[in-house]
Design a protein around this ligand. Structure first.
Ligand code: ISJ
Length: 295
């Protein structure tokens, strides 16, 4: 509780109550760095960060008012959530950081370890397996893909920064003559299936991993939206610097991180909205088409 009056240096000073703060939750993976790194929060907004499942839970339990959340949770709760009309984490084709690492061809997979950080990629994997008529056992298990593969899983789903690094461990190194898109999908008995690329092959649509969602009756203050748009414009203009900083943190070549970041679609444009609706229809057959706010 904010005190209405506060004793200070012996004098009694009137302190006006602080305006209630709007609480934001940010998934802090590198793929949102072009929006989050330059973001200057308005004074009325506070923020916490965490992995996708943590942010999904925080928004659904009302611990935060806005968060970039897994698209699967947005679809499941579309009756009470709305999404910012022009923000997304989407990709057309390869994403590099949502990977199924496996030791046998997909039709022969029996036990897949799922990351507990993800809801969207788990739902995407379920859709892709169903499309192929496959039903391996799916179990949540943490750890590095290689270690889990050595422990008896024949498939491991990983997302985010660690998945990007593990992908590069299999597909790299990147040499000056080769482009990122031409790196191999397998080496040393480990195959990497990029789920976003599989989605593109299946549907021809981008895949939307995250949207910025909020309770329908509690839209964000306009100054937060403006700050986010300003930050994104600035971030996209500084991809070189942002990539350099994050490449250092991730111990990856700058060229890899730069390609990784410019490859994202951050604006929830028409193709992304169509991809999102296509995914909603496949994830929850019979789901009413999602409505997107005008802006
Ligand atoms: C592309 C990614 O997208 C993320 C994947 C999510 C999920 O699987 O639930 C949620 C948010 C996205 O930011 C990634 O983290 O690699």
């Amino acid at each position: 509780m904010v005190p209405a009056e506060k004793a200070h240096s012996g004098a009694v000073t009137a302190v006006s109550p602080l305006p209630p703060s709007y609480r934001a939750g940010w998934i802090h993976y590198t793929n949102v760095a072009p929006i989050l790194d330059p973001l200057v929060l308005p004074p009325s907004v506070t923020a916490i960060t965490g992995v996708p499942t943590r942010m999904n839970g925080a928004l659904l339990r009302g611990e935060v008012d806005i968060a970039n959340i897994s698209v699967a949770e947005f679809i499941r709760h579309a009756d009470r959530l709305a999404a910012l009309p022009d923000f997304s984490v989407s990709v057309l084709g390869q994403v590099y950081s949502v990977n199924l690492f496996h030791t046998r061809p997909l039709p022969q997979l029996r036990r897949i370890a799922l990351t507990s950080q993800s809801a969207a990629s788990v739902a995407l994997l379920e859709v892709l397996l169903r499309e192929r008529g496959l039903s391996p056992e799916l179990t949540r298990a943490e750890g590095e893909a290689q270690a889990l593969l050595a422990q008896g899983f024949d498939g491991v789903l990983r997302i985010g920064d660690s998945a990007l690094r593990e992908w590069y461990g299999v597909a790299g190194p990147l040499t000056p003559e080769v482009s990122m898109t031409r790196l191999p999908h397998q080496r040393g008995g480990i195959c990497v299936t990029d789920l976003s690329e599989e989605w593109y092959r299946l549907t021809g649509h981008p895949f939307v991993f995250a949207v910025w969602a909020f309770q329908k009756d509690a839209p964000p203050p306009p100054e937060l939206l403006q700050a986010m748009r300003d930050a994104r414009r600035q971030g996209i203009g500084q991809l070189g610097d942002i990539s350099q900083r994050h490449a250092h943190k991730l111990s990856l070549p700058e060229r890899v991180v730069q390609h990784y970041l410019w490859n994202f679609r951050y604006h929830l444009e028409g193709p992304d909205q169509r991809g999102l609706n296509e995914f909603a229809a496949r994830m929850l057959p019979g789901h009413a088409p999602l409505e997107f706010l005008p802006w």
